[in-house]
Design a protein around this ligand. Structure first.
Ligand code: SF4
Ligand code: SF4
Length: 106
């Protein structure tokens, strides 16, 4: 999920795609320490998920969603852009129409 003025607000598909998706990558310890423990998985390797859905996601996928840790979300969440291949994959999974690539949404 990217910024507030994007289709992501009415989507959330990538946040509900796989428990392996919102993993930690290049974050340093100081950045990870900001994420509330209740949202972090037992292995401390990524976001805690309920099934495929990230525990920080609120709302209903495909209608209206928000990220509970938007300002401090992991890098992988920042790099998924509306219209990119990962976005398309996630949206297909949730039977949402694939978005056209929009480079202005970053
Ligand atoms: S799947 Fe695409 S449109 Fe949906 S939240 Fe993720 S990046 Fe945004
Ligand atoms: S941390 Fe936020 S942006 Fe990342 S998967 Fe969870 S709800 Fe989505």
């Amino acid at each position: 999920m990217t910024d507030d003025a994007s289709p992501c607000q009415a989507c959330g598909a990538c946040c509900s795609y796989s428990s392996n998706w919102p993993r930690f990558t290049i974050e340093d310890d100081a950045e990870l320490d900001l994420i509330p423990e209740k949202f972090v998985n037992a292995r401390q390797s990524g976001m805690r998920c309920d099934g495929d859905r990230c525990s920080a996601l609120t709302g209903k996928v495909g209608e209206f969603v928000a990220c509970g840790i938007y300002e401090i979300r992991p890098e992988v969440c920042r790099t998924c852009m509306p219209g990119d291949p990962e976005c398309a994959m996630a949206r297909r999974r949730h039977r949402l129409p694939v978005l056209a690539v929009d480079n202005d949404s970053a």
